[in-house]
Design a protein around this ligand. Structure first.
Ligand SMILES: [Zn+2]
Length: 305
């Protein structure tokens, strides 16, 4: 009987110890939450931060940052983030005021890009940018994540910034940044060698979402159906575009999944062009990494050359 009592006490002690261990165990620290406004930065930051952070995109997959507005639950989501990564340059049109209120959480990656690497729609804007620093981004095309060179700049700066904010992850961030830069370099080499098989390649897109990529690989951008994102073209602009399509022997017109394709379809019907799709926001590409995103978009563009 005494033995049973001792055994019982021992079991109770072990149980208590186990319980107290569990109670006293430090709660598994939640990973820092990084919210990116658009999906390409989720791809980039996921690879950069590996499993150390939780990374989510704010915009739904079918939304265009040019027109999307946040709902109250999106603002709550932003409040929960430890870091918010936005593009800037006026891309997140209806989100800018909300982002401005997020204080030091906000990282705007276009701040990392030197102004002489930006593409301006009008020469006047480029001139204004040269002369006045505060206007440096006025009129600049915001789709900077489509260029391997600018992506490399962003990876380097973002890795340093996150290392400052999370010094315990510095080594991993630096290692991952080197890996992404190597992959970007490999994608860039592959695309460049394939592109060189074409003589004077040229494309027309629905809006001007890929001009950094096209300029980087020396592919002529004949123009966009929409003079600015979401805005329908004037008859005169369509006529000019039609003339260029004929003179350059363009075969296809590229649409983006997040934008209404109708203006491009109308033009393609009139001009007998194929309608093809690339994906500047990368939500329907099935890309695993940002380097893969570039390759998959190149595959799409190649089909129309
Ligand atoms: Zn766009």
């Amino acid at each position: 009987m005494r033995r049973i009592a001792i055994l019982f006490i021992m079991i109770m002690i072990v149980l208590c110890l186990l319980m107290s261990c569990k109670l006293n165990a430090p709660k598994a620290k939640e990973k820092p939450l990084i919210i990116t406004t658009i999906y390409p930065y989720e791809l980039l930051v996921r690879e950069l931060t590996d499993t150390l952070f939780t990374v989510e995109t704010l915009l739904p997959a079918n939304a265009s940052p040019h027109t999307w507005s946040p709902a109250p639950q999106d603002i709550v989501k932003l409040q929960k983030a430890d870091v918010i990564i936005a593009n800037g340059l006026g891309l997140e049109t209806n989100l800018e005021k909300t982002l401005a209120k997020t204080g030091t959480k906000l990282i705007t990656v276009s701040d990392y890009i030197k102004k002489d690497k930006l593409i301006y729609q009008h020469k006047d804007d480029e001139h204004a940018a040269e002369n006045a620093d505060e206007q440096k981004y006025e009129g600049a095309n915001p789709h900077i994540w489509t260029s391997p060179e600018l992506l490399t700049d962003i990876v380097i700066e973002l890795s340093e910034e996150l290392s400052r904010r999370f010094p315990m992850h510095k080594t991993a961030l630096e290692r991952n940044a080197r890996q992404i830069i190597m992959e970007l370099f490999q994608s860039e080499s592959k695309i460049r060698s394939e592109r060189n098989e074409y003589e004077n390649p040229a494309v027309i897109t629905l809006h001007d979402a890929f001009v950094y990529f096209l300029q980087y690989f020396d592919i002529e951008h004949i123009g966009s159906v929409q003079p600015s994102a979401g805005k329908d073209p004037a008859p005169q602009q369509l006529k000019e575009l039609a003339d260029k399509i004929k003179s350059k022997g363009i075969k296809a017109i590229f649409i983006e999944p997040q934008m209404n394709p109708r203006p491009a379809e109308v033009l393609s019907e009139e001009m007998g062009l194929k309608v093809l799709q690339y994906d500047d926001l990368g939500t329907v590409l099935g890309a695993e990494t940002i380097a893969d995103y570039l390759c998959k978009n190149w595959e799409a563009i190649k089909a129309g050359l």
